[in-house]
Design a protein around this ligand. Structure first.
Ligand SMILES: Nc1ncnc2c1ncn2[C@@H]1O[C@H](COP(=O)(O)OP(=O)(O)OP(=O)(O)O)[C@@H](O)[C@H]1O
Ligand SMILES: [Mg+2]
Length: 223
């Protein structure tokens, strides 16, 4: 097997608030192959977002034996190198879109390229066209429907072709029609570009198209 896209051993996480410690991830091992489309399901509060944020290098785990992402040892990187790996290798889609309200759809999609210091080229408009928003490129997020906003966010996650796409309940704020549209687009890009996708969802119907479904409960994977 080629190097896994995600290779995790012994990941533990404990949140601390006030004097209280809340352990939320317990000694997790996870391997995801390049090009795999994996869904994580589990009850609210079981630790799905925490795990996704650790794998996405948004925050360090309290403890881990191994945390390799995109073939790189994330534990051995300093903050700047970890941020660079995140910006170049990983695209994020969030439940609440997290678009910047003051700039256009086109500028939102271009943002990851600007942050990386790359040229903003034709891929921004071609991605907007692919997600059906060519006519809306100049509009600001507040002028778009929620379904359109999430399609802008999807284009932003895919710009620059990250090898890993992490999606945290990307359809959680959408009605079923818009949810299906976003998932269909994700599936189309996945078939074409073979990114690795790790997606959290509560919707079993949306999990049906995944290569693998991982179930979590109380900070552990269920067998
Ligand atoms: N920043 C934080 N500070 C303290 N505790 C947190 C923080 N984020 C999450 N938690 C706690 O950690 C546990 C796991 O949270 P997490 O967000 O990972 O769950 P989840 O499975 O994504 O839930 P949901 O399906 O509701 O999004 C919860 O008990 C939550 O209260
Ligand atoms: Mg969550």
């Amino acid at each position: 097997m080629s190097d896994p896209m995600i290779h995790v051993r012994g990941v533990c996480h404990t949140y601390r608030h006030g004097g209280v410690q809340e352990p939320v991830l317990h000694d997790l091992d996870l391997d995801i192959a390049p090009g795999e489309f994996v869904v994580i399901m589990g009850p609210s509060g079981c630790g799905k977002t925490t795990l996704l944020n650790i794998v996405g290098l948004m925050m360090p785990p309290s403890r881990a034996e191994v945390l390799r992402v995109g073939g790189r040892d994330a534990l051995g990187l300093d903050d700047a190198a970890r941020a660079r790996l995140r910006r170049h290798a990983i695209g994020f889609v969030f439940q609440r879109f997290n678009l910047l309200p003051a700039i256009s759809a086109r500028e939102n999609v271009a943002l990851p390229l600007r942050i990386r210091g790359e040229r903003v080229d034709g891929q921004v408009d071609s991605l907007l066209e692919r997600v059906g928003l060519a006519r809306y490129a100049g509009k600001k997020p507040g002028q778009l429907s929620v379904g359109q906003q999430q399609r802008v966010a999807l284009a932003r996650a895919l710009v620059g072709r990250p090898s890993l796409v992490l999606a945290d309940e990307p359809t959680g704020n959408l009605d079923s029609e818009n949810a299906e549209a976003v998932l269909a687009l994700l599936g189309e890009f996945h078939r074409e570009w073979h990114q690795t996708i790790l997606m959290i969802t509560h919707n079993p119907a949306l999990a049906a198209g995944a290569d693998r479904v991982i179930r979590m409960q109380d900070g552990r994977f269920c067998d």
